[in-house]
Design a binder for this molecule. Structure first.
Ligand code: NAP
Ligand code: MG
Length: 489
């Protein structure tokens, strides 16, 4: 018996200038339910011609018409209304997200979607608080700055948190008066389309938000190269992030990148052991490990190693993959067959390179479902040079290393090209703060893991990207400053 229900009624066309349109080529692509491997829906496949139409619509809406002339307070109200409509339809959106992505309904219903609501509410408040400054200069001048929107924003997002990553970009972009063309990931286009329908219902003017599902090199590439796009906001792999920087150079677009990670989770011997075990577990198994900030490198202080690992393995063994729509499931299906195979290949490489497998270690079977499930996997005795210690796996696979001094822990933790997040577990306040300062990461959690808030900036150091999403900092990504000189002489 399974709780999967294949039938879905949700928009599957391109959303351009407030209307549902077929792709100019007439092409469509399948989106699958990764828990069953079955097709959920056929979605219109945008390419350069459709992206061009969407950008023109976004440009027109930015330059003139109801969106361009809307008072900030009304923009704020509109964003709040969008939040209300997401909340009103939260069960449907959460189910759609789970069907398309394979993540547990517990996560989409009680974490992702509520967070989307809060992000729109948070930026609704900012709409009326975007302002310039007056600047005292030498001479008979009255000088001031205007903080203006950048224009048309191209948002390119990944499949791991489809609706949430869309909200992190759309909400601040609209709050500051921009227009948006969103390209969702090919694996998970459905919630973005349903969301566009809700935006229309909320009264968002035509062209302010356009959604063009399609493939990275075609639809995504067209957006990055388009001369009518002023900024690209991207979340995804470091490899594609580099490509986007190169391609955006052609038109000198503003770019912000939120890329991968290999985040260290450091447990000192003086930590609250049970809390740290729980944190290590959530750090890697939440979201199936398909989380850019996943705590995929666990550093455990030598003196507590055995006791800690015993507790952690016990938890991992109890975390069985299950039907993502079942409310009790805590480990869903990986997003695609390719991702599952990629993760299984990393598990094999861990075994071959001599890491010690303590839990999981392969694909998992869930009764009645032919999906892409992988066991909660824990490796111990991992050495820094192993592939599973260096590369982002993006799956439920934990690599454990050990250390015997604070300096050694910090040095090893920082020995990566990534710098998205890190965590420290200790009861020593001094050690916690000093370590937090020394870790080269955009977010450091102390005695906690995977916390987020719309008011708290998020983004990477090093090759995890640049620019900060969320909080007041995200407003800078979507605005530019104009200096005005007025001669009073
Ligand atoms: P990805 O290839 O970087 O995809 C992210 C987005 O970029 C998708 O919408 C993708 O489109 C688009 N894209 C791909 N090639 C493009 C191009 N040449 N020009 C413009 N846009 C392009 O990531 P992925 O394949 O989904 O996942 C691969 C790896 O990336 C993961 O295993 C993980 O290591 C990392 N990742 C990181 C994050 C994060 O939050 N930092 C999120 C997801 C993945 P299509 O999907 O339609 O091709
Ligand atoms: Mg899908």
């Amino acid at each position: 018996m399974t709780t999967q229900q294949p039938a879905i009624a949700t928009p599957t066309k391109l959303f351009i200038n407030g209307k549902w349109e077929d792709a100019a080529s007439g092409k469509q692509f399948d989106t699958l339910n990764p828990a069953t491997g079955k097709v959920l829906a056929q979605v219109a496949e945008a390419d350069a011609a459709d992206v061009d139409r969407a950008v023109l619509a976004a440009r027109a809406a930015f330059e003139s018409g109801p969106w361009a002339s809307m008072a900030p307070a009304d923009r704020g109200k509109l964003l709040w209304k969008i939040a209300d409509l997401v909340e009103k339809n939260i069960d449907e959106l959460a189910r759609l997200e789970t069907l398309d992505n394979g993540k547990p309904i517990f996560e989409s219903r009680y974490v992702d979607l509520p967070f989307v609501v809060e992000v729109f509410q948070y930026y609704a408040g900012w709409a009326t608080k975007i302002h310039g400054e007056t600047v005292p200069v030498r001479g008979p001048f009255f000088n001031y700055t205007l903080r203006e929107p950048v224009g048309v924003v191209g948002a390119i997002i990944p499949w791991n948190f489809p609706m949430l990553m869309a909200s992190w970009k759309i909400a601040p972009a609209l709050a500051t008066g921009n227009t948006v063309v969103l390209k969702p990931a090919e694996q998970t286009p459905l919630t973005a389309l349903r969301f566009a329908e809700l935006c229309r219902e909320a009264g968002l003017p035509d062209g302010a938000l356009n959604v063009v599902p399609g493939f990275g090199p075609t639809a995504g590439g067209a957006l990055v190269r388009h001369a009518g796009v002023d900024k690209i906001a991207f979340t995804g792999s470091t490899e594609v992030g580099k490509l986007i920087m190169r391609e955006a150079a052609g038109t000198v677009k503003k770019v912000s990148l939120e890329l991968g990670g290999k985040s260290p989770n450091i447990v000192f011997a003086d930590a609250d052991l049970d809390a740290a075990v729980k944190g290590a577990h959530i750090g890697i198994f939440y979201g199936k490990g398909e989380v850019c900030a996943a705590g995929s490198r666990l550093f455990v202080e030598q003196s507590i190693h055995d006791k800690f690992m015993e507790k952690l393995v016990d938890r991992a063994n109890k975390t069985l993959p299950g039907d993502p729509l079942h409310p009790k499931t805590r480990l869903g299906a990986l997003v695609s067959c390719e991702q599952r195979d990629k993760v299984l290949a990393y598990i094999e490489s861990g075994k071959q390179e001599g890491a010690k497998l303590l839990a999981g270690g392969g694909a998992a079977k869930v009764e009645g479902m032919d999906g892409y499930f992988v066991q909660a996997t824990v490796f111990d005795n991992v050495r820094p040079e192993m592939k599973i210690a260096r590369e982002e796996i993006f799956g439920p696979v934990l690599s454990t290393l050990s250390f015997s001094s604070v300096d050694e822990a910090i040095e090893q933790a920082n020995a990566t090209s990534y710098g998205l997040a890190a965590a420290v577990w200790t009861s020593d306040v001094k050690k916690a703060h000093l370590t937090a300062r020394k870790l080269k990461a955009g977010t450091v959690w102390v005695n906690t893991y995977n916390n987020y808030d719309p008011a708290m900036p998020f983004g990477g150091y090093k090759m995890s990207g640049f620019g900060r999403e969320l909080g007041a900092h995200a407003l800078e990504l979507y605005t530019q400053i104009k200096s005005v000189w007025v001669n009073l002489g």
